[in-house]
Design a binder for this molecule. Structure first.
Ligand SMILES: [Zn+2]
Length: 375
């Protein structure tokens, strides 16, 4: 993804005979076009021949990745604004090597922590309020009261007290300013969630000497990678029972009916329609007017769109539609909420129920603890 509004943006120039399907790939219509594309790309990208990939060799495919020397991933201290060594920066009490201020406070006063004792196999946690941290003993200091919670997988006060008795060697009572506390060495627990953490640094990336937000935000002024296809080797694609899959995949979508919600909600957005139309226009022998008519008359749900595209591509098109646990979970959730199911949802859920493996997984997920053979 590239921030096109960035005045420093480096955008791919228009090259005749090279078609870009936005965010999905570059397609070269001939070897000379490909060479011209590579001439420009090689300024900023390392280009890999995917036919030589040992795990997934893919002839006629190339992968361009931004040169590592152009992008530097760094950590910036919020106190002094310096770019600092990222090693240990997220550890409680770590200090910036430039200004010596703390970069991370994990155990803040009055924060809460959810944890389990290190050797405990229980799936439920204890929740307690944090007093602070003792650097000398590397222990978390907690107020002695167990936080009462109605949430799933949190022990009640009574259960937590039992747990503290069982793991009595893992903690001790201490006192600070007259306040009785529980001190637990960090190595004696596994924390699941800590609320109230204060982070005094951020991940950033430097490109061409300028700073951009780091992961997960990505506003670099350049597309980070491209898939490149030697389209002249296979285009134009003619009608076939599998042609719809090529068109749908070119738009970055899945071509299996079961993958989508079955209730008719929209799955194909405008960008997907634009990508597919571009692919159909440049790389298939389908009639573009017929394509446009089909799109305008069809709803944009996954199942409906896949079937409509498949019908247009070939009279004997083979649409993939497997039993899928997601459809069973969606249907169950709707029923639990008192909503009714449409026919497609019922059929997809019924298909999933006929599959013993999916039934078993479904019961595991629901935590029923019932063995399928006992049903
Ligand atoms: Zn600093």
């Amino acid at each position: 993804m590239t921030n096109k509004e960035n005045p420093d943006a480096i955008t791919l120039p228009k090259i005749k005979g090279v078609v870009e399907i936005p965010n999905c790939g570059l397609y070269a219509k001939g070897p000379r076009k490909l060479r011209k594309l590579f001439e420009w790309l090689s300024q900023y990208y390392d280009i890999e021949d995917c036919s030589k990939n040992e795990s997934y060799p893919s002839p006629g495919t190339w992968y361009a990745r931004i040169k590592p020397s152009l992008v530097h991933e760094c950590v910036k201290c919020n106190w002094c604004g310096s770019y600092i060594n990222p090693v240990g920066v997220g550890i409680h009490g770590h200090r910036c090597e430039i200004c010596n201020k703390i970069t991370m406070e994990r155990f803040t006063h009055n924060g809460t922590i959810r944890f389990r004792f290190a050797d405990d196999c229980d799936i439920s946690d204890i929740e307690m309020r944090i007093f602070g941290y003792d650097d000398a003993t590397e222990s978390i200091l907690l107020y002695p009261n167990i936080v009462s919670s109605e949430r799933c997988f949190i022990l009640t006060q009574q259960q937590a007290h039992k747990k503290f008795k069982r793991f009595s060697a893992s903690w001790q009572e201490v006192e600070r300013n007259g306040q009785k506390l529980i001190a637990i060495p960090r190595s004696n627990i596994n924390s699941v969630e800590i609320i109230g953490q204060k982070r005094h640094y951020k991940a950033v990336r430097l490109f061409a000497g300028k700073e951009y937000d780091g992961w997960p935000l990505n506003d670099l002024p350049v597309t980070e990678s491209y898939m490149i296809y030697e389209a002249w080797r296979w285009a134009p694609l003619r009608p076939s029972p599998k042609l719809h899959e090529s068109i749908i995949h070119a738009a970055g979508m899945v071509s299996r009916v079961d993958f989508y919600y079955q209730d008719g909600r929209r799955a194909f957005d405008d960008i997907h329609l634009q990508r597919m139309r571009r692919f159909v226009h440049h790389f298939t022998t389908l009639d573009l007017n017929e394509w446009d008519r089909m799109i305008s008359q069809n709803d944009l749900s996954g199942p409906s769109m896949i079937r409509a595209i498949a019908r247009l591509c070939h009279p004997n098109a083979q649409v993939r539609n497997k039993p899928n646990i997601s459809n069973l979970i969606d249907a169950t959730a709707k029923i639990a909420d008192g909503e009714s199911l449409c026919m497609n949802e019922m059929m997809a859920a019924a298909d999933a129920l006929k599959n013993p493996r999916i039934c078993r997984e479904f019961i595991d997920i629901m935590g029923c603890g019932i063995k399928i053979q006992n049903i």
